[in-house]
Design a protein around this ligand. Structure first.
Ligand SMILES: Nc1ncnc2c1ncn2[C@@H]1O[C@H](COP(=O)(O)OP(=O)(O)OP(=O)(O)O)[C@@H](O)[C@H]1O
Ligand SMILES: [Mg+2]
Length: 255
């Protein structure tokens, strides 16, 4: 079964003739960890926004758990959104809320009627599995390191027990050690509940894609250029894939 199906998606903004997504076809199998790579401006974030239902395609169809996203009622779309957890590049925490409040937020929003104590218990569990100790729960985001903010962002993304986890450039701008930590966290989170969670990670970092992804997809000009295992990528003779692979591996080893 596929968690997400993108069928011949085309997207232009403001009725223009330039297509940012230009006949994108992609299936994301349930339970897989897929890494999306590609040069800047090739439509990776726009694609994620389509999966989240935040952007409507100009044409084409998006199925999430076999349901056509744009034929769902508003109520069903809301319900579907609670099944998707997102971690953006800057973690997007609320600056004026503590660590614990940040993670309680989606629970208070979506689990109306549930007692605050129970909500705090759930948030506590998510923070602990994301590697935040209780002594940090009362701190504000500004009092945390970049790595800890990512962990809190992840805990918040996990709050509603999502079936799909989406990460958009989770490591861009982080130093190599933090990058590896966040990659490991993504990997661990994916494998903690075997087969239950579908993870979609957009990354610039090819080595990270090779390290964490079972399934790698490269976009170019709003389409899938290549998809396969790390081995398929290393052996590809598509010029743009080779270029990306050569650059990505050289950067890692400082050649
Ligand atoms: N709301 C919008 N209105 C108009 N154009 C947009 C909008 N959002 C994105 N675009 C354009 O769509 C193209 C793809 O953008 P997108 O953000 O998906 O790139 P990306 O692959 O995620 O790049 P990066 O790796 O730099 O994050 C860009 O040319 C961008 O300017
Ligand atoms: Mg992007």
């Amino acid at each position: 079964m596929n968690a997400v199906e993108l069928i011949d998606i085309k997207k232009s903004f403001d009725g223009g003739h330039e297509f940012v997504l230009n006949g994108l076809n992609l299936n994301i199998p349930k339970g897989s960890l897929t890494v999306i790579i590609g040069y800047s401006g090739t439509g990776k974030s726009v694609m994620l926004k389509h999966i989240l239902g935040l952007l409507k395609p100009t044409s084409g169809q998006i199925n999430v758990f076999s349901q056509n996203l744009w034929e769902m009622s508003d109520k069903d779309i809301m319900k579907m959104r609670t099944k998707i957890g997102v971690l953006f590049q800057h973690a997007a925490l609320f600056d004026d809320q503590t660590v614990l409040e940040n993670v309680c937020f989606p629970l208070i929003e979506h689990k109306r009627g549930v007692k605050l104590n129970l909500i705090k218990d759930i948030a506590t569990k998510k923070l602990i599995v994301s590697g935040i100790e209780e002594k940090h729960f009362g701190k504000l985001p500004s009092e945390l390191s970049g790595g800890m903010r990512k962990r809190v962002g992840l805990a918040r993304a996990l709050a509603l027990d999502p079936e799909i986890l989406i990460y958009d450039e989770p490591t861009t701008g982080l130093d190599p050690i933090l990058t590896e930590m966040v990659d490991d966290l993504i990997h661990e989170t994916h494998h903690r509940e075997k087969g239950k969670v579908t993870s979609i990670v957009v990354s610039h970092d090819l080595m990270a894609a090779f390290r964490i992804g079972q399934h790698i997809v490269m976009l170019d000009k709003g389409k899938v250029l290549h998809s396969g295992t790390p081995k398929d990528f290393l052996e590809s003779d598509i010029p743009l894939v080779r270029k990306f692979v050569e650059k990505g591996t050289k950067k890692k080893y400082g050649l």
